[in-house]
Design a protein around this ligand. Structure first.
Ligand code: ADP
Ligand code: 5GP
Length: 193
């Protein structure tokens, strides 16, 4: 097994990507994957319970723009109007430099950008909801966004879903345990290559 692999998981917001990633890391045999989560930078506000340097590095837009100019990002996107998200080059280099595999939880465009940079060294996984109606129900049930923001996320989801064929693998998150099992198998197979 050779480490330094990059696993990129992308999905429209609300598809269950964070839930699947958390389950992957919480599994008993998670350490076998030797995976580390790459913490992104964002200009959005922290949600209740989110912590600086754990979920994200929370930045002002000014600091984010400075980091762009300094070449600090491997990729970045304005995922929603006025809300920037980016993968910090240092974060990924550090994890790979320490001999681990790295997991990126980023948006669809960012994922395809990372695949372009790393090619065969990266595995891109797209998580789909069973349907757009079910996606809306999950976003409403999560209760972390206002109705306006939910509408914005659904609009974007429709665009993102159209890009799923460009990913290496697609997992449908209908029954959670099954989606976690499939994701685990894909990651396991890739890091064992
Ligand atoms: P994302 O990280 O993709 O934005 P989350 O992991 O926050 O999405 O999931 C969105 C909501 O859907 C959460 O409330 C989560 O508990 C719920 N959820 C996730 N997977 C499933 C599933 N398979 N069936 C039903 N609800 C789910
Ligand atoms: P949220 O606000 O729900 O945490 O994230 C919104 C979207 O931004 C998700 O699709 C998430 O994967 C994506 N995202 C998080 N970090 C990054 C990043 O570093 N780069 C890109 N391109 N997208 C990101």
């Amino acid at each position: 097994m050779k480490n330094g692999k990059i696993i990129v998981i992308a999905a429209p917001s609300g598809c269950g990507k964070s839930t699947i990633i958390k389950a992957l890391f919480d599994e008993e045999n998670a350490s076998e994957l030797d995976l580390r989560f790459s913490i992104s930078a964002t200009t959005r506000e922290p949600r209740p319970g989110e912590k600086e340097g754990v979920n994200y590095y929370f930045m002002t837009e000014e600091a984010f723009r400075d980091a762009i100019v300094e070449g600090g990002f491997l990729e970045y996107e304005e995922v929603y109007p006025g809300r920037f998200y980016g993968t910090l080059r240092n974060e990924v280099d550090r994890i790979i430099g320490e001999g681990h595999n790295v997991l990126l939880d980023i948006d669809v465009n960012g994922a395809l950008g990372v695949k372009k940079i790393y090619g065969e060294r990266a595995l891109t996984i797209f998580v789909r909801p069973p349907s757009v109606d079910e996606l809306r129900r999950r976003l409403e049930a999560r209760g972390t966004e206002t109705p306006d923001v939910i509408d914005q996320r659904i609009d974007r989801a429709e665009y993102e879903l159209s890009r799923s064929p460009m990913f290496d693998r697609v997992v449908v998150n209908d029954e959670l345990d099954e989606a976690v099992r499939q994701t685990r198998n894909l990651v396991d197979g890739f890091v064992s290559l």
